[in-house]
Write a protein of this length. Structure first.
Length: 94
């Protein structure tokens, strides 16, 4: 995960300096951001033993993922997931 994050940072930082990046490179690295996001979600949802830890994050990720599947803009998916987590924490006092 750290390697993906580092590579994504380097590519975004050097993009404006390099100008035109060859199409072959962009085609091969287009999936880095979604892969990094998926890795971060997997790490956050699992405990130290690798088993899913059931708390308010699970419904929040389900809501955000469902909205993403419906092609809702990404920022709205994130905000909706955060609101679900906040409401559940407030209601359940977690």
């Amino acid at each position: 995960m750290l390697g993906l994050a580092g590579l994504s940072f380097v590519m975004r930082a050097t993009g404006p300096v390099l100008g035109n990046i060859p199409a072959a490179v962009t085609a091969r690295t287009a999936g880095l951001a979604p892969a990094l996001l998926a890795a971060l979600v997997a790490v956050e949802l699992t405990g130290s033993n690798g088993v899913i830890h059931l708390d308010v994050k699970v419904p929040a990720v389900v809501v955000a993922g469902g909205l993403a599947a419906l092609r809702v803009p990404f920022i709205l998916c994130v905000v909706a997931g955060a609101l679900v987590a906040a409401l559940l924490r407030a209601l359940l006092h977690l």
